[in-house]
Write a protein that binds this ligand. Structure first.
Ligand code: HEM
Length: 396
């Protein structure tokens, strides 16, 4: 489809991207800011400004709607829609996720969950996995209350989340993945329906309740609650764990944070810039669009490479380095434009204001057992596990 003059990257594979996308991004930048990858059937964008441009201009680049994997997995979610439909649903959930509501309502829940999970984690003793045994239950419990399902066990929230994510990525149409997704949808829908009946007419601050008050029909309340479940567990889990790993690699920076020279919020912003948990978003060109001298024909699929944009050397000095004191600049870990993450304030508060300070205060000397943690994944990137150790009465 594109003409021959388009810079081409026919060597990029999904396996390389999942293993380590950063050398791929460097090589792509050397080819050009906009490249065509015929084997993937997509244009690839590595520059922060170009990525922002695509997300900001929905008249030029829309969310791909034909055969949307998000819709297949969870129903008519807002992330599968363009304006104006998207804006109506987004406005409906925002009141549950604003910084003021996080501070006044949800933060107390995050603190209670963190203390509860820490208690159990401490009981497991050194060698416990911060990713599986702390970050996962903590993220799932937090999400359960924010969505409005406080009585659903966190293990169900986590299982549904994994089933939805797997179904979104189920390009091979594995029947086991489809069946797990069918079960997760049936269970989540039943729990959301029960909750909608309980919350009718109430002033509850949860996502389900604010969507009801905004007048969204039940199928959209269900779909968007499931969207939050799919996106609200895995990403905070990975960021919490990545931060513990990154700080352990930079003990001087950890010491400066512990001494109050820098805040955990600065740590949060640098962790998500340096290692975003989501590496790509997709859009479709509505018309022929020229960007940096490359024409992307109408109908082209475009990958916005968030991980590459966050290390764009024109925006970040020594972009591969983890530097907590880095001047604050916009990054794309949460996307940008109309679909910018709705849960970023909840994630920031739960991890930077609550979990990390509690962990470093409560587990003196907290550090990974080994130095060989390896990130994995492209669509979702994180550490599969991170066993940690800390000082105990026996080791002091
Ligand atoms: C560190 C954690 C998180 C990261 C890095 C993250 C990242 C993202 C990204 C990249 C997008 C797509 C944005 C776009 O297309 O421009 C997104 C959308 C979204 N996220 Fe998050 N997310 C996180 C946590 C959460 C949490 C905790 C929730 C729920 C409480 C949440 C709810 C959503 C929703 C509802 C959308 C769709 C927004 C829309 O279509 O308007 N996210 N997130």
């Amino acid at each position: 489809m594109p003409v021959n003059t388009v810079p081409t990257a026919d060597w990029v594979t999904l396996e390389q991207l999942a293993e380590d996308p950063y050398p791929v991004y460097d090589r792509l930048r050397a080819v050009g800011p906009v490249t065509w990858a015929p084997q993937l059937g997509r244009f690839l964008l590595t520059g922060l400004d170009d990525c922002r441009f695509v997300e900001a201009n929905e008249d030029l680049f829309e969310i791909e709607q034909e055969d949307s994997p998000l819709k297949r997995a969870m129903g008519e979610v807002m992330l599968s829609k363009n304006e104006p439909e998207h804006g109506v649903e987004r406005a409906a959930i925002n009141p549950a996720l604003r910084p003021k509501v996080i501070a006044e309502v949800w933060r107390a829940h995050f603190e209670a969950h963190a203390r509860q999970v820490l208690e159990r984690f401490r009981g497991l003793g050194p060698g416990a996995d911060i990713n599986a045994d702390f970050a996962l239950p903590y993220a799932a419990m937090n999400l359960g209350v924010v969505v409005g399902l406080p009585d659903v066990p966190w293990t169900d929230v986590q299982r549904w989340s994994l089933a939805f994510i797997a179904a979104v990525a189920n390009v091979q149409e594995d029947p086991r993945v489809s069946e797990a997704n069918r079960i997760a949808n049936a269970e989540a829908d039943a729990a959301i329906d029960r909750r909608m009946a309980e919350l009718a007419g109430s002033a509850d601050p949860s996502m389900i309740s604010v969507m009801l008050r905004a007048g969204l029909p039940p199928d959209l309340v269900r779909a968007n609650a499931k969207l939050a479940i799919s996106g609200g567990v895995n990403e905070p889990q990975h960021v919490l764990t990545s931060g513990v790993h990154a700080l352990s690699q930079h003990p001087d920076q950890l010491a400066a944070v512990r001494a109050g020279e820098y805040t955990y919020t600065q740590v949060f912003d640098e962790v998500v810039r340096w290692m975003p948990p989501i590496h790509t978003l997709m859009r479709r060109a509505r018309v022929d669009v020229e960007l940096n001298g490359v024409t992307m024909p109408a109908g082209s699929l475009v990958w916005i490479l968030l991980g590459a944009a966050n290390r764009d050397p024109r925006h970040f000095e020594q972009p591969d380095r983890f530097v907590v004191s880095r001047p604050r600049r916009p990054h794309l870990a949460f996307g940008s434009g109309p679909h910018i993450c709705a849960g970023s304030w909840a994630a920031r508060s739960s991890i930077a204001e609550v979990a990390w300070p509690l962990l470093y205060d409560g587990l003196p000397g907290l550090t990974p057992v080994d130095d060989d943690a390896r990130f994995h994944g492209f669509f979702f990137r994180g550490l599969p596990g991170l066993p940690v150790t800390w000082e105990t009465e026996n080791t002091k």
